[in-house]
Design a protein around this ligand. Structure first.
Ligand code: 6PG
Length: 469
């Protein structure tokens, strides 16, 4: 019977796929599920328990497709890259005009654009959907960034609005633009995530190695911060994790974790795309770089022996550190939104920055108290699309930058590595100079390569007197 058919199919029952399928079933949608390794299906159904009446599992791909209402909606939660291309190749011949395939992984938006165009030729729709919030988010309310056609959005929106995180009753999901827009926004979300995490790590290092605070005390400070302007998911979890002890040794658990960070690529993509779009996301670059250097543990250990690893005592006041953090966080979001603006222009996506800030207010990893103000700022007149120029942020920056300057100079003087904090201040100081240093660069370019320069207040290309000799 047609009515028994599922409203949506979920392919891929790993952590995120299972959690999303259970979330949909819990909200009353009939969900068809399957997985490449069919022996995972039994375990999933066991986990589903009370929700199984809304779940129908298939082992064969054609039966899974046949079990879906048309036009079909199929969410793939599988590793991005080649596996996605292989699955598209396998499933496309089974689909019909108007069906939608969704890639809910952290895919590169260039791949998403390519896949959308290729499937459009076959009458099929492809959605690149950024999903944030980890397993808990996926199960109980993720933030979702959708890129695709209006047709797909109409097919999807009821399910997505029902499963999304909510902020004051508003679901944290929206159709942000066509083809790669959703995956691009998710990539930049992750870039901001990297920089915010790095700033937090630098605060920890200053307090722990510079001011000899035990991890649990730093955790309590984060707990306090989470009650005010710095309230955010990353501050909350850092406050919590710093107070854990390792059951094996009894030491603070952070003391037994190897200081070599992993990265799957989204932070790096943000930097690559920013540079390609003529933007400089130096805080995000600093965070990606810090992870890369961290992974060179052997080299760092040798360098400590050869170059000396000393770090001096720093007498940082926690209040000043909080102010510096707030300034850096504003600058970090500002860089992220600037990249989004540049991409929106290049790809003609028409991104609504206020909506993006709203979609990030709950469910995602970078959710924070600041995002409400950010969406307000974008709804007001924002000169040059620069968050730092909005009156509400310019005044907060005026209040907090002295603390950032103090923290950076103290840390630098005592040999502490604070790449993200320093990048924030360098960007701020560069941006507030109406007349910067590029006159020298232009003169050099002209001197060695006859590249020409613009004169102040005069149109056209000019050359220096060095060419007259
Ligand atoms: C999220 C996260 C999530 C994941 C990233 C981070 O929004 O839920 O960003 O997508 O944590 O994969 O990746 P790294 O392994 O690169 O830190």
């Amino acid at each position: 019977m047609a009515d028994d058919k599922a409203q949506i199919g979920v392919y891929g029952l790993g952590t995120m796929g299972s959690a999303l399928a259970l979330n949909m079933a819990e909200k009353g949608f009939r969900v068809a599920v399957t997985n490449r390794e069919v022996d995972w299906i039994g375990g999933f159904l066991k986990e589903a328990e009370g929700l199984s009446k809304n779940l129908v599992a298939y082992e064969a791909l054609d039966a899974f497709v046949a079990g879906l209402k048309t036009p079909r909606v199929i969410l793939f939660m599988i590793p991005s890259g080649k596996p996605m291309d292989m699955m598209i190749e396998a499933i496309a011949p089974l689909l019909e005009d108007g069906d939608t395939i969704i890639d809910g992984g952290n895919a590169n938006f260039h791949d998403t654009r390519r896949r959308s165009a290729a499937l459009a030729e076959k009458g099929l729709h492809f959605v690149g959907m950024g999903v944030s919030g980890g397993e808990k988010g996926a199960r109980h309310g993720p933030s979702m960034m959708v890129g695709g056609t209006d047709h797909s959005w109409r097919q999807l929106r009821d399910v997505l609005r029902a499963i999304a995180a909510t902020y004051e009753g508003q679901p944290c999901v929206d159709h942000l633009g066509p083809d790669g827009a959703g995956h691009f926004v998710k990539t930049v979300h992750n870039g901001i995530e990297y920089a915010d995490m790095q700033v937090i790590a630098e605060i920890y290092a200053l307090l722990h190695y510079g001011a000899v605070w035990p991890p649990a005390e730093i955790g309590k400070l984060f707990e306090e911060w989470n009650k005010g302007a710095l309230k955010s998911y990353l501050v909350e979890i850092t406050g919590e994790l710093l107070q854990y002890h390792d059951p094996q040794t009894g030491h603070p658990v952070v003391d037994v974790i190897k200081d070599a960070a992993g990265q799957k690529g989204t932070g790096r993509w943000t930097v690559v795309e920013a540079v390609r779009l003529g933007q400089a996301a130096n805080m995000i670059e600093a965070a990606v770089g810090a992870r890369s250097w961290s992974a060179e543990k052997d080299a760092r250990q040798s360098a400590q022996g050869i170059l000396g690893g000393g770090r001096g005592a720093v007498d940082v006041d926690a209040g000043a550190l909080a102010q510096a953090f707030l300034a850096a966080r504003i600058l970090c979001y500002a860089q992220g939104f600037r990249i989004l603006a540049a991409a929106s222009e290049e790809y003609e996506w028409g991104l609504d920055f206020a909506r993006i800030a709203e979609v990030w207010r709950a469910g995602c990893i970078i959710r924070s108290a600041l995002l409400d103000d950010i969406s307000e700022a974008f709804r007001e007149d924002l000169p040059h699309g620069q968050l730092i120029l909005s009156s509400r942020f310019a005044s907060v920056l005026a209040d907090t930058i002295p603390a950032l300057r103090m923290v950076v100079s103290t840390a630098v003087a005592e040999g502490h590595a604070i790449p993200a904090f320093s990048a924030a201040l360098q960007w701020y100081d560069s941006m507030r100079q109406g007349f910067g240093t590029a006159n020298i660069i232009q003169a050099q370019r002209d001197f060695f390569g006859y590249h020409g320069f613009e004169r102040l207040g005069e149109e056209g290309k000019h050359h220096g007197p060095w060419w007259d000799e």
